[in-house]
Write a protein that binds this ligand. Structure first.
Ligand code: MTE
Length: 334
């Protein structure tokens, strides 16, 4: 398995980031006292506090996070501007339009939070809100996120390896799959109130991975992006990011991870099994019935007429995962 681990000197921050974002980010970090002699090599642990804005401007407030240098994959592509990443979202619990999540989720409460890991494990465990930021080494990983709808983004996520979390619970040898569940709270999530408002999904939203996929070092539990805690529209306080799979596998606002010996039926499979398979690996050779998977529109700082269509890469450009599927017909197991 090949995992490219760039030395900090290999990628300069200002080579991968839009200039104004880069400057802004440095300003934020500086104002928090994070940019000293040690630059981004700060304490591996972070404490994050969220609070709500005043009534006139009810915007969920995020907090700068401390993180260390990445241990696994980076990207040298230009980052998608933060403003686009936090305003163009799929989060059906807050509505089915791309701008619904940002407008409908700003008073979402993330503290207290509870994330449990149970099922076929020796030591079931529960993390509270503070544990999400304190129990693991947080690192920044620049990953592509490609949606099955054929758009993609490059995002600096902050988080920790899902494998580290699963190992803490000590999986039993019978465990074969990890099943993930999003919070079910119709009072806070308008999309869960009826079938119409939530795109016909039978909530809670469920996703699943084979255990080897879940334990792969690229699988990330993300608690932040662009140097700060996650905003609700991107899955606060904690979401999964599996960069070689279509975006819908990257479940948001996770409250439960259950290890099981049975392949789970995921939300999108339940809704349309012919369109959404369990594996959902990015694969330019197998088209979705409604969208090509051979190319994608990279969301950049440009406007509507920017030429930003690029070829889609197998496994979204993460060849180190290929060995997990070596003997599988990926047309059948889509
Ligand atoms: N998780 C939940 N709970 N509900 C959702 O509707 N949408 C998925 C995924 N995770 C979704 C979810 C889809 S379709 C995509 S493309 C990504 O989130 C989008 O992540 P982003 O909004 O951070 O770009």
């Amino acid at each position: 398995m090949l995992i490219r681990t760039p030395k900090p000197s290999e990628i300069k921050e200002n080579q991968v980031t839009d200039e104004h974002i880069y400057q802004n980010r440095r300003k934020i970090l500086k104002s928090m006292g994070f940019l000293g002699a040690s630059a981004l090599m700060v304490s591996p642990h972070a404490r994050a506090i969220s609070w709500f804005g005043d009534d006139e401007n009810k915007t969920f407030k995020t907090t700068p996070l401390e993180f260390s240098q990445p241990k696994v994959h980076q990207s040298d592509e230009a980052l998608t501007p933060e403003q686009k990443v936090i305003s163009h979202n799929n989060f059906y619990e807050f509505g089915t339009g791309k701008s619904d999540p940002v407008t409908q989720s700003q008073s979402f409460k993330v503290d207290p939070w509870s994330l449990s890991i149970d099922g076929l494990v020796e030591k079931p465990l529960t993390l509270n809100y503070d544990d999400l930021y304190k129990s693991f080494d947080l690192e920044e990983r620049i990953y592509r996120l490609r949606c099955v709808e054929a758009w993609s983004m490059v995002v600096p996520w902050i988080g920790f390896s899902l494998a580290d979390l699963i190992k803490k619970a000590m999986p039993l040898s019978t465990a074969k799959y990890a099943v993930f569940e999003t919070l079910y709270d119709p009072d806070q999530m308008p999309g869960q109130r009826n079938r119409f408002s939530g795109g016909g999904i039978d909530y809670p939203y469920v996703e699943g991975l084979r255990l080897d996929e879940a334990m792969h070092p690229l699988s990330l539990m993300s608690v932040g992006l662009y140097g700060k805690t996650l905003p609700p529209q991107n899955g606060a306080p904690i979401r999964l990011v599996v960069p070689w799979k279509y975006g819908f596998k990257s479940i948001k606002s996770v409250v439960r991870i259950r290890l099981t010996d049975k392949i789970p039926k995921t939300t999108w499979q339940q809704l349309a099994a012919s369109e959404y398979g369990f594996y959902a690996n990015v694969n330019p050779q197998v088209d979705h019935p409604r969208w090509t998977q051979a190319s994608e529109r990279r969301i950049t700082s440009g406007g509507l007429f920017t030429r930003n269509r690029i070829p889609t890469q197998m496994f979204n450009g993460y060849p180190e995962v290929a060995s997990m599927y070596a003997d599988m017909d990926l047309r059948k197991f889509y």
